[in-house]
Design a protein around this ligand. Structure first.
Ligand code: SAM
Ligand code: TMP
Ligand code: ZN
Length: 398
């Protein structure tokens, strides 16, 4: 039986995708080494309700070096991070000589904006990206203490798309307790489990996302470590996220948004077995319908190309068993993915120019979280008669 990584109670499995490769393990053509696989399965803690993977991929296997993840490569995300930094500057970083800390480097978008406003800033980033601007280590109690001694207390510790990756999340909260000023806040934004259920966005589930947060589970986790959940904010990015703010117990009261979201999660029955089992059943239906659609289109002689070799696409392709016979290539703007093969399913990744050379009949949109941006950019594809295939919240063609 699996134990909760937050509170040690039993975790009840509700979805098993089977043995999957690592979502960022793109291969070079001709590589023959056996791919590492692990069981991608999700469960919910019977006590604190934290949704989590049942099997953790060892840290050493999840090296980000070589396949850096750059959210802010997307224009929308770049603007989102700039806006985020400006919000912090006006709302939290207003005292004399404030100090801003980020966990997980972010192309420097947030750090640059904060620095340009004259605020001291630092990021913890173990991959070494952002050299010279970062503390090259994981954020934990030891590294938090080092920075606290050298720089003094932080007013904000911020993390985007990072804390949901950290199975040993208690060390992050302990580190925050060391580094944060008495009235400081730990702010983090990650995919929201409520949104995953709402949209059946099962492809948010992959090796790097260990936790799938809700307001309820985050509050329970915070309380175990001397913090409280004091604010939540819905973010439209990456298919629906929540930004959680944690403060030391008793220093700030929860906003109305916290009370409302907790009540909404309760009334939706978000963590009830019927909801979770319903999700699992819908995921299986999507698999059947997507594979049937791709087989039919291929049989009829249509050409289907994948758009965006996202980490999410690894779950879809491997769970559905979709290979080059159904989707002969995937286009992606990330140079380090181009010329390689998708993990497990070995579909060649081509640069974006291949998309229009010539346009396919259908494009399977794996980067659906950037749909608006992508579709606006690729208007000529539609004008040439092309159609998009989406599988979230259900299989449909637009
Ligand atoms: N914040 C960026 C964004 O939203 O685009 C990057 C997100 S990326 C998925 C996660 C980053 O956090 C990676 O660069 C990884 O190396 C880093 N990371 C993971 N665990 C960390 C930890 N415990 N402390 C500091 N950085 C960590
Ligand atoms: P993400 O969903 O994790 O942000 O990853 C997006 C992936 O999709 C990344 O590999 C880059 C790729 N992509 C494109 O190829 N073209 C685009 O226009 C966008 C927005 C993303
Ligand atoms: Zn638990």
């Amino acid at each position: 039986m699996s134990r909760c990584r937050v509170c040690s109670a039993a975790v009840h499995e509700f979805l098993d995708f089977g043995r999957q490769p690592l979502s960022s393990a793109f291969r070079s053509p001709g590589e023959t080494e056996k791919e590492f696989r692990f069981r991608l399965a999700v469960g919910i803690c019977g006590s604190c309700t934290m949704v989590q993977l049942l099997e953790e991929v060892p840290q050493g296997r999840r090296a980000h070096k070589g396949y850096p993840y750059h959210s802010s490569g997307s224009t929308v995300m770049h603007e989102h991070f700039e806006r985020t930094a400006r919000r912090f500057l006006s709302a939290e970083l207003t005292a004399a000589d404030p100090f801003f800390v980020e966990i997980g480097y972010n192309d420097g978008v947030v750090l640059d904006t904060v620095r340009d406003a004259g605020v001291r800033q630092l990021a913890f980033e173990p991959s070494g990206e952002g050299a010279g601007r970062v503390h090259c280590s994981f954020f934990d109690t030891a590294s938090a203490q080092e920075v606290r001694t050298a720089e003094g207390p932080a007013d904000i510790i911020y993390a985007a798309n990072t804390l949901c990756d950290v199975a040993d999340i208690a060390t992050v909260l302990e580190g925050a307790d060391i580094l944060l000023a008495p009235d400081g806040v730990l702010v983090f934004e990650d995919p929201y489990f409520g949104e995953i259920i709402e949209r059946t966005s099962f492809d948010q589930i992959y090796d790097e996302h260990f936790y799938y947060f809700t307001a309820r589970s985050v509050r329970a986790m915070a309380r175990r470590s001397g913090f409280d959940l004091v604010d939540v904010e819905r973010l439209p990015v990456h298919g629906g996220q929540i930004r959680y703010s944690l403060a030391r117990t008793g220093r700030r009261g929860p906003t109305a948004a916290v009370t409302e979201l907790l009540a909404e999660e309760e009334s939706r029955g978000l963590t009830e077995p019927e909801t979770l089992n319903g999700f699992t059943a819908t995921v299986a239906t999507i698999r059947t319908e997507l594979v049937e659609l791709l087989r039919r289109l291929t049989r009829e002689g249509h050409r289907v190309v994948g758009y965006g070799a996202t980490a999410k696409s690894s779950t879809v392709l491997n769970y559905c068993g979709i290979g080059p016979d159904l989707v002969p290539l995937v286009c992606d703007s990330t140079p380090s993915k181009q010329g390689r093969l998708t993990p497990g399913t070995h579909i060649p990744v081509h640069p974006p120019q291949a998309f229009s050379d010539p346009y396919p009949d259908y494009a399977l949109l794996f980067a659906w979280n950037h749909a608006e941006e992508v579709m606006a950019k690729e208007q000529a594809f539609r004008e040439a008669g092309g159609r998009w295939i989406l599988y979230v919240p259900d299989v449909h063609i637009v």
